[in-house]
Ligand binder design. Structure first.
Ligand SMILES: Nc1ncnc2c1ncn2[C@@H]1O[C@H](COP(=O)(O)OP(=O)(O)O)[C@@H](O)[C@H]1O
Ligand SMILES: O=C(OP(=O)(O)O)[C@H](O)COP(=O)(O)O
Length: 402
């Protein structure tokens, strides 16, 4: 990849310069408690190296999907605190993204100090589809760095997003690829060339509309595609089954039906499902055949027969990519499927990559041995789009394209 890297920037010298770093600090929270700080830890090396080299480090990041306006529950406050603990130095959180408070915090930085801007998605221009709006926020972000400013793109989990703090800002400042982005791309490239077969992809999770489109592109490349989590119900609906109040992407049902017909040998959907009468850890639950989901109930995990089938497919694989928990693993009654899939991958001996904030968190929260996975990636959607062969805007822009 012909890009300038963090190493190039450090070689130029950063002492006294303000450097804007885009990290992916989108961690799972229970209230204001971080349940898995993997993404904060993954972001540390780049931030630390810049700080140690004397840069004034300004970190930009998002949390969740606020609608372009500040919301207390999406504040990066818990993340700033955790980042500070891990760095062993205070990380000041600006009260806004590029406003007066951000300018004041940035102006007060000494060499080597680190500040975090408030959730970039509190500014509606971050995710705008209008180029000029995004460019406007990018200019405001760049202005925070002043004379000698630079941008380091280190949020691998967001490089598939054409957003102001990922894409447009790389055109507004001298831009460099961070170590995390480079390391992730290097590992994932092993899955694109000539993966050892059988090559099994396991998909789940809740970002259904984002990821359904990827399935179509992945199918020609894989030997088996195991579909669990929230996205399974669109496929069950395509088979003509009622799915109660489970997650459903109605617009995709026809495509799912075509894919099932064309790739019957590759796609494996659940044969049984754990259902609940509401989305809660203390809900009434039952395990039913996939074609017998009662009206008003929602599927929150794959059932034991499906888990066994998925585990057998994974055990036979030589390459595995997994993104998206098989169920709502955060609640004990719906964690067995994810645990079963994760244990099977860990025990498979295959070259295995787990991608995604929640999937990686599941491995750690469920207490599975991380070293049994060949790579735990910080990006789910980003990994999938890379495997699909799609251009990642946040990478292309560093290469001078997009
Ligand atoms: N059947 C389901 N219904 C609703 N949510 C689900 C279901 N299965 C899994 N999930 C949820 O999916 C979330 C993770 O989805 P996603 O963001 O797509 O994964 P990742 O972060 O690994 O890329 C988890 O919080 C989990 O609770
Ligand atoms: O959590 C993330 O992606 P992932 O769930 O695909 O791993 C990234 O922080 C991107 O977040 P987004 O999917 O709201 O753009």
């Amino acid at each position: 990849m012909a890009v300038k890297t963090l190493e190039d920037l450090l070689a130029e010298g950063v002492s006294g310069r303000r450097v804007l770093v885009r990290s992916d600090l989108n961690v799972p929270l229970d209230g204001s408690t971080i349940t898995d700080d993997g993404r904060v830890r993954a972001a540390l090396p780049t931030i630390r190296r810049l700080s140690e080299a004397g840069a004034k480090v300004i970190v930009a990041a998002h949390l969740g999907r606020p609608k372009g306006t500040p919301e207390a529950k999406y504040s990066l406050r818990p993340v700033a605190d955790r980042l500070g603990e891990l760095l062993g130095a205070e990380v000041r959180l600006a009260g806004d993204v590029v406003g007066e408070q951000a300018r004041a915090v940035v102006a007060g930085l000494s060499d080597g100090q680190v500040a975090l801007l408030e959730n970039v998605r509190f500014d509606p221009r971050e995710t705008s589809k209008v180029d000029d709006e995004r460019a406007g926020l990018a200019r405001d972000l760049a202005a925070l760095t002043g004379e000698g400013g630079a941008f380091v793109s280190d949020g691998f989990g967001v490089v598939h997003r054409k957003q102001a703090s990922v894409y447009d800002v790389a055109r507004a400042l001298p831009a460099y690829a961070g170590g995390l982005v480079l390391a992730e791309l290097e590992v994932l490239s092993k899955l694109t060339g000539d993966p050892q077969r059988p090559y099994v992809v396991v998909l789940g999770g809740s970002k259904v509309s984002d990821k359904l489109a990827v399935i179509e592109a992945l199918l020609p490349k894989v030997d088996r595609l195991l579909i669990g989590g929230g996205m399974a119900f669109t496929f069950l609906a395509a088979q003509g089954h009622g799915v109660g109040s489970s997650l459903l992407e109605q617009d995709y049902v026809d495509t799912a039906r075509t894919l099932l017909a064309e790739h019957a040998d590759k796609i494996v959907v659940p044969s049984d499902v754990v259902v609940a009468d509401r989305f809660a850890a203390d809900a009434a639950t039952d395990t039913v055949a996939a074609e017998k989901i009662p009206d008003g109930w929602m599927g929150l995990d794959i059932g034991p027969a499906t888990t066994e089938r998925f585990a057998a497919e994974v055990a036979a694989a030589r390459t595995v990519f997994w993104n998206g928990p098989a169920g709502v693993f955060e609640m004990a009654p719906f964690a067995a499927g994810t645990r079963g899939v994760a244990e099977a991958i860990a025990g498979s001996g295959a070259f295995s990559v787990v991608g995604g904030g929640d999937s990686a968190a599941a491995v750690r929260v469920l207490g599975l041995p991380e070293e049994k996975f060949s790579h735990i990636s910080t990006g789910g959607g980003a990994s999938l789009e890379y495997l699909e062969g799609k251009e990642l805007p946040g990478v292309a822009v560093l290469e001078g394209g997009a």
